[in-house]
Design a protein around this ligand. Structure first.
Ligand SMILES: CC(C)(COP(=O)(O)OP(=O)(O)OC[C@H]1O[C@@H](n2cnc3c(N)ncnc32)[C@H](O)[C@@H]1OP(=O)(O)O)[C@@H](O)C(=O)NCCC(=O)NCCS
Length: 206
């Protein structure tokens, strides 16, 4: 059988955990130190709000920065998962984990999955998210059987939308009033990219 069929049977190839090296970031399977670093990142109010994980500013600002035992065990188990790929986003300048990038919700028979990314304050607005997105897409469409990757981005997150569209994701529709935050309904935009779509990648930065 060809590699494509093997990939589909084994989860489209997501069971292989690569180290992806860029100029600004390294994407790698979580080390113990990376897992520890995720505690405050997951509790960051901006991350909680922009990922739709909470429904109020009050809840966004009161999360515990310590990882509980279940979450830590969940991260430790990611290395053996063949149905998803979760990589730590490591700042190449300094070597610290600043967030994570994920391919999940695999639909192996249709060779599609979901993409998501989150960076804590130390990693944002320096081009790391753009490069991490481009690196993971390149890996997904070169080394796995994936043909389609989709995501959702809330209307109050134009920065993320900018990063996704520049990476090559295109708008497919809008789920109106999909999130209730601080008493306001927020639209969720659905974006996707196919293997054959252009991937412009991060703009050159000085
Ligand atoms: C979204 C996220 C991954 C982007 O990564 P990043 O490293 O911060 O972004 P980059 O520095 O690579 O690029 C940001 C781009 O958005 C642009 N931008 C910033 N704020 C913007 C705004 N309010 N409106 C439009 N564009 C904006 C920047 O100018 C930059 O574009 P440029 O390179 O053309 O100048 C990161 O900020 C993050 O994780 N945020 C918190 C959680 C989150 O939003 N996750 C995504 C949920 S869908």
């Amino acid at each position: 059988m060809g590699g494509e069929t093997e990939n589909t049977e084994a989860g489209a190839g997501l069971g292989t955990k690569p180290v992806l090296v860029g100029e600004r970031v390294v994407l790698r399977p979580f080390t113990e130190a990376d897992i520890l670093a995720m505690g405050p990142i997951l509790a960051d109010p901006e991350v909680l709000r922009l990922t739709g994980s909470v429904h109020s500013t009050r809840d966004a600002e009161s999360a515990d920065p310590r990882l509980d035992a279940a979450t830590r065990a969940w991260y430790e188990g990611l290395a053996t998962r063949s149905d998803r790929l979760d990589l730590a986003v490591v700042d190449a300048a300094g070597g610290r984990c600043v967030g994570e990038v994920v391919l999940n919700d695999l639909d192996a028979e249709n060779r599609s999955c979901n993409f998501r990314i989150l960076l804590g304050p130390a990693g944002r607005n320096r081009g790391l998210g753009s490069e991490a997105t481009a690196l993971l897409l390149e890996h997904a469409f070169t080394n796995t059987a994936l043909h389609r990757i989709s995501l959702e981005v809330y209307d109050f997150n134009p920065r993320a939308r900018r990063v996704y569209e520049r990476a090559g994701f295109g708008l497919e529709g809008t789920a109106r009033a999909a999130l209730l935050f601080d008493g306001q309904f927020i639209d969720a935009h659905m974006l996707a990219i196919l293997a054959a779509d252009p991937r412009p990648g991060p703009a050159a930065r000085s």
